[in-house]
Ligand binder design. Structure first.
Ligand SMILES: *Cc1c(COP(=O)(O)O)cnc(C)c1O
Length: 429
């Protein structure tokens, strides 16, 4: 099916009519909810071809979010790495500081078209909650955000933001009181009143049609980036790198390049404290097929098929499953999935801050770290385009407390400084 929100890209006829990307995706929900999913899918099919909807969304992108987000040639980082030229797609400059506003605006417009009074969603670190509360405030809709109690305590500034924006934050007290439990509760709430509410999921996950819909809304990143790279360099990028939690920012940028066989695509998963420690959230690298939150995915699970607790320094990457289209792109080897540890991400966080004056989100730092490794082994006239999914303001207190600056100054004895980061990259030559 042609992507209808962004007519220019062809996403290879996926998903199929039942919402499958190869053997992943689908819709595993109770019958009551299946009816609702079909209603959402039908309405989406309708509005995604409606010029007034497309225009309204494009207008918000331009005048509210500040799109198109620029692409910046990170010359200092490229020079320091000593290989390919690194370019950053600056989703960190969007209103609310990350790519999530792209699909939240789309979902809230859809909610209004469906006559819903209230939008509901889960949030982990609070980024999706803030983006959705923002869009709901703009459109005059009520907004309920389900958030694990642990996260509510950890992410006080985002909880305040959501409340200021008029959202109700519901602290979830079940299970480990984190993201997975918040999704469970939000689904339960949806079931209680699917007439007045709509679930606005935070990534390319969940039952059909959400993985398709969120991808289409995020595809604006790739459509812009393709044109911008042609304009800046006269050709397509040789490599595109994005971090993968649920996978929405990565699907957003990848989808414009899927049919360009010359463009190598890399998805970066969180290796946390190291894959060997078990404390990670690398679902594609280490997961097995399973069902979570209404869709078939690669899942980090125990023998009974229950999701295991996962971990990453970046809360936005901390999810035991992953978007079904990523699982498929892995199967057909169109995208190469790789991992970056917490420590490598923090080094990249400091390196980009010091070298380019851009403080990246810890999630995005995973993509920057891998891009630096990749660029090092390439020629100077090659290009690596990184999706800088968000800004690091939300992470500064955490990083300063847990990864003291002194350990990361050039020449620091700890062996953690960004200069050591670069020399380690260079020692791989
Ligand atoms: C939420 C978030 C992510 C992870 O979500 P995806 O769906 O994998 O894109 C990545 N970066 C930032 C800045 C985020 O807020």
């Amino acid at each position: 099916m042609t992507n209808l929100v962004n007519q220019e890209i062809d996403t290879r006829n996926l998903p199929d009519d039942n919402g499958y990307f190869g053997e992943y995706g689908g819709s595993f929900v109770p019958p009551e909810l299946q009816e609702v999913m079909e209603e959402v899918a039908a309405k989406y099919a309708e509005i995604s071809q409606d010029p007034t909807f497309i225009e309204e969304l494009a207008d918000l992108h331009e005048h509210y979010t500040g799109r198109p987000s620029p692409i910046f040639h990170a010359r200092n980082l490229s020079r320091a790495v000593g290989g390919a030229q690194i370019y950053l797609k600056r989703e960190d400059l969007n209103h609310t500081g990350a790519h999530k506003i792209n699909h939240c605006l789309g979902e809230v417009l859809l909610a209004r078209r469906m006559g819903k009074r209230k939008v509901i969603a889960e949030t982990g670190a609070g980024q999706h909650g803030v983006a959705l509360a923002t869009a709901a405030a703009l459109m005059g809709l009520e907004c309920d955000i389900y958030m694990g109690e642990v996260d509510v305590m950890k992410e006080a500034p985002n909880v305040s933001r959501m409340k200021i924006l008029g959202a109700r934050v519901i602290a979830v007290k079940s299970g480990t009181r984190t993201l997975k439990d918040a999704v469970d509760e939000a689904f339960k709430a949806y079931l209680r009143d699917p007439v007045n509410q709509i679930y606005c999921i935070g990534s390319v996950v969940g039952p059909h049609p959400f993985p398709m819909m969120v991808r289409d809304f995020q595809a604006v990143i790739g459509v812009e980036a393709r044109k911008q790279m042609m304009h800046m360099t006269g050709r397509l990028p040789d490599n595109v790198v994005a971090c993968v939690g649920g996978g929405s920012n990565a699907m957003g940028i990848f989808s414009a390049f899927l049919d360009d066989s010359s463009v190598r695509l890399y998805g970066v998963e969180p290796a946390g404290m190291g894959l060997e420690t078990g404390n990670h959230a690398a679902s594609i690298t280490c997961g097995k097929p399973g069902i979570l939150h209404g869709f078939r995915t690669l899942l980090i699970q125990n023998e009974k098929g229950e999701p295991l607790p996962v971990y990453s320094i970046a809360s936005g990457l901390d999810y035991p499953g992953v978007g079904p289209q990523h699982c498929h792109l892995h199967d057909i080897k169109r995208v190469q999935y790789t991992t970056i540890t917490d420590r490598e991400a923090v080094e990249a966080f400091y390196a980009l801050s010091r070298m380019e004056g851009i403080i990246p989100a810890l999630e995005s730092s995973h993509a920057v770290a891998y891009a630096a490794k990749l660029a090092e082994g390439l020629d100077r006239d090659e290009t690596v385009l990184v999706n800088l999914s968000g800004r690091g303001d939300k992470d500064i207190d955490f990083v300063m407390q847990n990864y003291p600056l002194a350990d990361y100054e050039p020449g620091a004895e700890s062996g953690n400084s960004y200069k050591d980061f670069l020399s380690r990259i260079q020692s791989r030559r």
